[in-house]
Design a protein around this ligand. Structure first.
Ligand SMILES: Cc1cc2nc3c(=O)[nH]c(=O)nc-3n(C[C@H](O)[C@H](O)[C@H](O)COP(=O)(O)OP(=O)(O)OC[C@H]3O[C@@H](n4cnc5c(N)ncnc54)[C@H](O)[C@@H]3O)c2cc1C
Ligand code: FES
Ligand code: FES
Length: 1243
């Protein structure tokens, strides 16, 4: 079955979501819940029914309404995440056929999508909430109705088994592990006494990742999931007079949530303070799939440093009941319980049976807070549980507990602080002393694991302050005090509103059959949603197939004196080891005139033991050539300006995080050195060439096939050719098919990503007091890593775009690709432009801040107007850009909202709003002319069906859908008669990579040419039989079997000597306005609204293009506000999976997300007057960065700080909070750089 995907293997991406159903014979009821297949041990599923995406519908039978709606709402692009999305939603609907929007966003919180930006997925799912959408899918009544009576039934044989089977111990014997599942507590106790080291596996969300990623081996695993005493059944016994509730330790966290939700309304509010806080914390813990399996006992015993529950349970005076062969005992969950990382006071043979959660008393208040790198599906940076108890009618503290997660190796108590608070009145004075004590008490050394030391310390204070405010409010509400409470800090808004997508309808004269310009669904959307769409790793295994794993060097720079593979060969399953010596042909790939070794032969390649650009600059470690460009005379201009400002900015890199990791299969065909290569790549011809050169054979022996790619974003060109070359060596050596699919961690480690950049405009920006920027001098340093790859080209693209939309008469840019010992960085959507332009826009912001004027005004003053010339002497018209700017301001009601933001900020101290409007002018196409060509092969078969093949690869951008539309228009036949099966080098040779936002432009013209010629050839027969059908025209016409034609783009170039050129075919323009709300105490923010206006000419397919716009924007939002690569000081990548590296999730979608396509725009340079859109909008994600910066500026001005300030990207909660410079962050002592070794470096 191909439906269930694997994107991470660790429960962090949701691609593998399935639904698990169980039958409870006691109540004769069924439970259905979503779960991550990657963490589900098969043995644990005894008696359960598992439904995968194939089970709910397929194109061969009928599709399920969820599949239909996500597909029709344009909710899939590459489709790799789609089966997981479908299953999360399906499981929700099985429990709640008419969910609320909150249910939908919770259900999807653990499912990552790197392509769509989530908006269309949410809109598709919203139709089940019976809420009207606007925009692309407002006609939801056309969808199949959801009929719960038609759902799959639970297998009767499993019901029978559950009802009749005499439960007995189950034992599964594996090669290395034995799994025992007892049925009684007594047996469980005996087993544990005999095997104290054997883990008890419930949800497997701790043990599973340990086994998978840390290589932990457990010879025996005990599964207590069938032991009744640990399960929720006896929970119903909570009586009104109880002191609290005993909860089975084996309850899943979702079960605990439902129990709490049921209990809370049954008791007076004062009794349920702790229950409510726990419930709130549970809502934010992990994601739905994790909560559905992870157990309460497992969470407690795992004793994570940043557990969400333990601080609250401890603060709330909870206790556990444990059992062992020595008997039962009750153990309080207090500071003595949590002993260290993953360690508790319990003996190894003790089993937690249940957890006691007490009711609170009158005058007792409990709160739980957390701050995480991402709002949802993310471990907390700091979590807390806080409880205070007052004697009746008094503000004097009788008892208080403060517990923190994230402030040490396990949950810690701020006991001294508590002692200082007890017997004191709850007021500012007491709390202000408490802040000082807690600072001394919860100390983190500057090199503490996890980093973010200042931030974490400041959170201990600001979260206590938040508690202080909430308790004051409570005391006031209960008439204990009459004080004015300074400010209630409301939670950030979270409900995603219906959004708008506006585009120009096709003209009334256009034939109804002509699909060009219409919002046609992605041609594979239904296949994505049913899981039938085949990706590289879905190709069935061939006989004798082998799997290739890569062994990476543990040292960045080392000499290889010998390779001893004998031990590796002894490992079970290992057939052979491939080293550089096995390569018969070229042992390297040529890149930008330099050689990159495929596998280290004598020396591990990284030559320099430093990882930062600054170190590279110091040691002049650059890849050549370095580039510079200048218009006017910058030096002279600086002498005449009114003011000069110097700044510096740093921006982190980005991991592609395509949902499908690098995947390939090389099959020796068996004769004459022929190889079939199935691979997930944007550049089939580059792969063909790489394999041929590596194996020392000619290209005509290698056929490369690409059916579809599960996301690429620039990362599946050069790095893929290295990997496939190595795989082909293994295939040659063993003469067997060899498959290589990288684990997420290896993919992140090996394949590099977007270049981090440091820019200086110290190097000055000179401007007049009226806001005109007269001169700017920028210097860019990119961190290229240990090989050159395309780094110099990235620098060039940065310099070419550095004017953005501004007519700065004296402009100089210099750029260098720094050689460091990080893994080599490579192409990534936008190819340097998102980095370069961030610096430019930051510079403009700084000018505005120096002058004390609104940034949008300074932008407008400096924009190109009328006939214009770029800094590389290209004439162009900015008219459409100016229209985008004006229209965007109008659509988003900029002026009124700006005023409202300022007003909000005047009234609010701890929450600030920020707003920004950011433009882009993006040159589309490759600057090298030879890359701007394409060919197509069109077959018309005798039955009238048409097979189109072209050079573009389908990676979610919808190129095949658009090519179908083109062929349909040119051949005057409906799209369903046209099929596109794959991209392959034996049908269309010498293709150019699908990149540079140019795929549709180039391949569209090739398909159009080919079809035009074919249609002309039909003219005689058409004239002879004008009333005939398409089939009748083509049936007997021999000249129409095939045709291939080549399209060559315009001559583009960049002459760096003369500093002039035409590096792009035309410009795509866009403007985005974003508004955020920032919690200054924690740095948490929410994008309240984003409006994007883009000029993409006349869109070939507005729904596909809007999908590209939204997806690119969200990728930009991730780049500028969320995604952080963490390297150790020696260059080791820490962030190797979704648990550590956070890409945007559903919780990051702007609450209102409107996209408009500029009407009445023509483009003579591309097919049907359209424009490329794949890359440009990534940069517009920076409108969120600048909105956060705007909010931070408002917070700083409350602290008396005005003017420009340094703010690096990404604008994470950590950076935003520290930059706000509140009274809490000011208290945190900073360690002198150089006086300690940091845990991670800012790269
Ligand atoms: C993707 C992901 C995201 C997560 N996000 C969060 C988060 O945001 N916040 C958070 O707090 N946690 C988070 N977690 C951690 C998760 O909550 C815990 O892993 C989970 O609660 C452990 O329960 P389990 O049943 O899966 O434990 P298992 O993996 O089955 O077992 C874990 C350990 O607990 C022991 N154990 C289990 N039950 C008992 C028992 N009854 N008595 C004695 N010992 C027992 C086992 O011996 C084992 O050592 C996340 C985990 C994942 C994978
Ligand atoms: S593959 Fe299972 S959650 Fe990512
Ligand atoms: S469509 Fe979601 S990851 Fe590609």
């Amino acid at each position: 079955m191909t439906g269930t995907k694997s994107g991470c293997g660790g429960g962090g991406c949701g691609a593998c979501t399935v639904m698990v159903s169980r039958y409870q014979p006691a109540t004769k009821t069924f439970t259905h819940y979503s779960a991550n297949a990657c963490l589900l041990p098969l043995c644990q599923l005894h008696g359960a029914a598992v439904t995968t995406v194939e089970g709910i519908g397929s194109t061969k039978t009928t599709i399920h309404p969820v599949q239909e709606r996500i597909a029709k709402a344009h909710g899939s692009q590459c489709g790799f995440c789609t089966p997981g999305m479908v299953m999360s939603m399906y499981a929700l609907l099985r429990n709640k056929p008419q969910p609320t929007m909150e249910d939908v966003t919770q259900a999807l919180a653990g499912n990552l999508c790197r392509c769509t930006g989530y908006r269309p997925i949410v809109d598709g799912c919203r139709t089940f909430c019976q809420v009207r959408n606007s925009g692309l899918i407002n006609d939801w009544k056309e969808f199949l109705p959801l009929d719960p009576t038609q759902e799959l039934i639970f297998p009767p044989e499993l019901i029978l088994m559950a009802e009749t089977a005499n439960p007995e111990t189950l034992t599964f014997y594996g090669e290395r592990t034995t799994w025992v599942s007892p049925t009684s507590l007594e047996e469980l106790v005996q087993l544990k006494a005999k095997h104290p080291k054997a883990p008890l596996v419930m949800g497997n969300t701790n043990i599973g990742p340990d086994i998978k990623f840390k290589g932990v081996l457990h010879p025996l695993i005990i599964s207590p999931s069938r032991v009744k005493e640990l399960l929720p059944t006896f929970l119903d016994e909570v009586l009104p007079f109880s002191a609290g509730v005993w909860v089975g330790a084996g309850c899943s966290l979702s079960e605990v949530r439902s129990l709490l939700e049921k209990l809370v309304p049954q008791f007076p509010e004062e009794k349920t303070e702790l229950l409510r806080s726990l419930n709130q914390q549970l809502g934010n813990l992990g994601n739905q799939q994790i909560r559905n399996v992870a157990s309460l006992g497992g969470n407690i015993v795992s004793a994570y440093p940043n557990s969400d529950l333990n601080p609250v349970l401890a603060a709330g005076n909870c206790k556990v009941s444990v059992i062992s062969s020595g008997g039962r005992r009750e153990v309080p969950l207090n500071q003595d319980f949590f002993m260290g990382f993953g360690k508790t006071i319990l003996n190894p043979e003790e089993i937690v049976v249940s957890v006691f959660i007490p009711f609170t008393r009158k005058g007792e208040f409990v709160r739980a807070f957390r701050q995480a790198p991402r709002k949802e599906a993310s471990f907390a940076t700091v979590s807390t549980g806080m409880r205070v108890f007052f004697s009746e009618g008094s503000r004097v503290v009788q008892d208080v507990s403060l517990y923190y997660g994230g402030m040490g190796p396990t949950t810690v108590s701020a006991a001294k602080t508590c002692t200082a608070i007890v017997a004191k009145p709850w007021d500012d004075e007491t709390l202000s002393k408490a802040y000082d004590i807690i600072l001394d008490e919860l100390v983190l050394p500057p090199s503490a694991p996890g980093g973010k030391v200042e931030f974490r310390r400041s959170l201990t204070l600001s979260l206590l302050f938040k508690f202080h405010l909430e308790v004051l409010q409570k005391l006031r509400d209960t008439n204990v005090i009459k004080d004015e409470v300074p400010e209630k800090i409301w939670p950030l808004p979270r409900e995603i509103q219906p959004s708008l997508q506006e585009f120009q309808a096709v003209s009334k004269d256009q034939s109804a059959q002509d699909p060009v310009g219409r919002p046609i669904m992605h041609r594979s959307a239904v296949g994505h949603a049913t899981g039938e769409a085949v990706y590289c790793d879905d190709i069935p295994k061939t006989d004798g197939e082998l799997f290739l794993g890569l062994v990476t060097s543990s040292r960045a720079h080392a000499k290889i004196t010998a390779v001893d593979v004998s031990q590796a060969l002894q490992l079970p399953g290992v057939v052979d080891v491939v080293t550089a010596h096995d390569i018969p042909g070229m042992k390297f790939r040529p890149m930008s005139g330099q050689e990159e070794e495929l596998m280290a032969e004598t020396e591990v390649e990284c030559l320099h033991v430093f990882v930062l650009e600054s170190e590279a600059i110091e040691k002049s470690s650059y890849y050549e050539p370095r580039r510079s460009i200048e218009r006017g005379n910058v030096t002279e201009a600086f002498e005449k300006v009114d003011q000069i400002y110097e700044g510096e900015m740093r921006m982190g890199g980005q991991e592609h995080f395509y949902m499908e990791t690098q995947s390939m299969l090389v099959v020796p065909v068996g004769e004459e050195m022929e190889f079939d290569v199935y691979v997930s790549t944007q550049s089939p011809s580059a792969i063909q060439e790489a394999v041929a050169e590596t194996l020392g054979i000619s290209s005509n022996r290698v056929t490369c096939h690409v059916k579809r790619i599960g996301g690429a974003f620039g990362g599946k060109v050069t790095k893929t050719s290295h990997l496939v070359s190595i795989t082909s060596v293994a295939a040659l050596k063993t003469n067997r098919a060899v498959r290589c699919v990288l684990e997420r961690g290896d993919d992140m480690l090996i394949t590099g990503g977007r270049h981090p950049v440091m820019a200086r405009y110290k190097v000055q920006v000179g401007f007049m007091n009226d806001g005109r920027i007269v001169a700017a001098d920028m210097e860019y340093f990119t961190n290229a890593g240990n090989t050159i790859d395309e780094s110099v080209l990235v620098v060039e693209k940065m310099l070419v775009h550095m004017d953005n939309v501004y007519n700065i008469p004296n402009l100089r840019g210099r750029g260098a690709a720094c050689r460091t010992n990080l893994p080599s960085n490579t192409a990534f959507r936008g190819f340097g432009v998102p980095q370069g332009l961030l610096m430019v826009e930051n510079m403009v912001n700084d000018v505005a801040a120096v002058l004390g004027r609104p940034a949008d005004e300074i932008r407008e003053i400096n924009m190109y107007r009328g006939p214009s010339v770029t800094h590389y002497k290209l004439e162009f018209s900015p008219e459409n850009f100016l229209r985008c700017w004006d229209e965007c301001k109008l659509k988003c009601d900029y002026s009124a909202r700006r005023k409202a933001v300022d007003q909000f900020n005047q009234q609010s101290r701890w929450k600030k709003r920020g707003m920004s409007i950011i433009p882009i002018k993006y040159g589309v196409a490759f600057a090298e002319s030879f890359l701007n060509q394409a060919a197509a092969l069109v077959h018309i078969y005798k039955d009238g069906s048409v097979l189109v093949t072209h050079g573009g690869t389908e990676m979610g951008q919808g190129i095949h859908t658009k090519m179908q539309q083109v062929a349909s228009r040119e051949l005057h036949i409906p799209t369903w008669k046209i099929y596109i099966s794959e991209t392959s080098t034996n049908t269309v040779p010498n293709t150019c990579p699908s990149a540079a936002s140019f795929g549709t432009d180039a391949n569209g013209m090739a398909v159009k040419n080919a079809c035009e010629i074919l249609y002309q050839r039909l003219e005689p027969v058409r004239k002879k039989n004008p009333n005939g059908t398409w089939e009748s025209w083509v049936r007997f016409n021999r000249r129409l079997n095939i045709l291939t034609d080549c399209w060559r783009g315009e001559d583009l170039y960049m002459d760096w000597e003369k500093m002039e050129g035409r590096p792009g075919a035309y410009f795509t323009f866009g403007v985005s306005c974003s508004e955020v709300e920032l919690n200054c105490l924690t740095g948490d923010y929410r994008t309240l609204r984003t409006d994007i206006m883009v000029d993409i000419g006349r869109s070939v397919n507005p729904s596909v293009d809007i999908g590209q716009i939204e997806g690119a924007f969200m990728q930009g939002l991730g780049l500028y506000t969320l995604e952080e690569l963490k390297f150790s000081p020696s260059g080791l990548l820490y962030t190797r999976g979704p648990s550590q590296y956070k890409i945007p999730a559903v919780c990051d979608v702007p609450l209102r997300f409107n996209v408009y396509l500029l009407p009445d725009s023509d483009n003579p340079h591309a097919i049907y007057s359209s424009k490329g859109i794949g890359e440009p909008v990534v940069f517009l994600g920076s409108s969120v960065f600048f909105a956060i910066k705007d909010a931070v500026a408002a917070a700083r001005s409350d602290s008396g700080l005005v003017g420009p300030f340094t703010f690096s990207s990404p604008a994470t909660p950590e950076r935003a909070c520290l930059a706000c410079n509140s009274q809490f962050t000011q208290k945190i002592p900073t360690s002198k750089p150089g006086s300690f070794k940091p845990w991670a470096l800012n790269i």
